[in-house]
Design a protein around this ligand. Structure first.
Ligand SMILES: Cc1cc2nc3c(=O)[nH]c(=O)nc-3n(C[C@H](O)[C@H](O)[C@H](O)COP(=O)(O)O)c2cc1C
Length: 163
């Protein structure tokens, strides 16, 4: 059962959150679009994460899709907690104000998706925050996203057109 589950490919993103002057970034793979109209995105965040505290307080988040070259960023933001490290400063990441939310967006990633929380659901040992997409933009058009499968970093493979 566990082996089968590990074959499920995961996107690798950063969830940005902001409250009381603190901007935090957390690596997250349990992220998915769940509705077209309205456009809704779900993120699954464990209650012990600092990110959980910030999203619960502000009810906003930004999903930044990482590029295949950003393994180092994903590793750092996925192993350090914003409770003890200012990850944005430590990595020297460039940010810009969000268009529709107070959470800043990243200037080095594939795309930013700005969300406002419309529903919260407990799910086992995580919490699902469902956000309505209220803004966002593509930063690096054509860049390949970072993915993970079986706990290995990987890259999205484009299918060649054989026709
Ligand atoms: C590839 C990868 C994917 C992750 N996906 C999630 C996720 O979807 N949800 C979650 O709660 N934690 C996830 N984590 C763990 C958090 O990123 C990690 O606990 C982080 O240090 C929490 O940061 P924070 O305390 O600043 O919020 C993931 C870690 C890695 C390396």
């Amino acid at each position: 059962m566990k082996d089968a589950l590990r074959q499920l490919p995961w996107p690798v993103t950063l969830i940005g959150s902001f409250h009381d002057g603190r901007h935090n970034l957390m690596t997250a793979s349990w992220v998915s679009q769940v509705s077209f109209r309205p456009a809704l995105v779900m993120v699954s965040v464990a209650p012990e994460r600092y990110t959980h505290e910030l999203i619960t307080a502000s009810r906003e988040f930004v999903v930044s899709i990482l590029t295949a070259e950003q393994v180092g960023v994903a590793q750092f933001c996925g192993t350090q907690s914003g409770r003890s490290v200012d990850k944005v400063q430590a990595l020297g990441l460039q940010t810009a104000p969000g268009r529709a939310v107070k959470v800043p967006v990243l200037l080095d990633c594939l795309a930013n998706i700005e969300c406002r929380v419309v529903e919260t659901h407990p799910a086992g040992d995580h919490t699902l925050f469902i956000g309505e997409v209220v803004g966002g933009g593509v930063v690096k058009p054509g860049a390949d996203p970072l993915v993970m499968r079986d706990w290995e970093w990987g890259q999205y493979l484009r299918m060649k057109d054989e026709g």
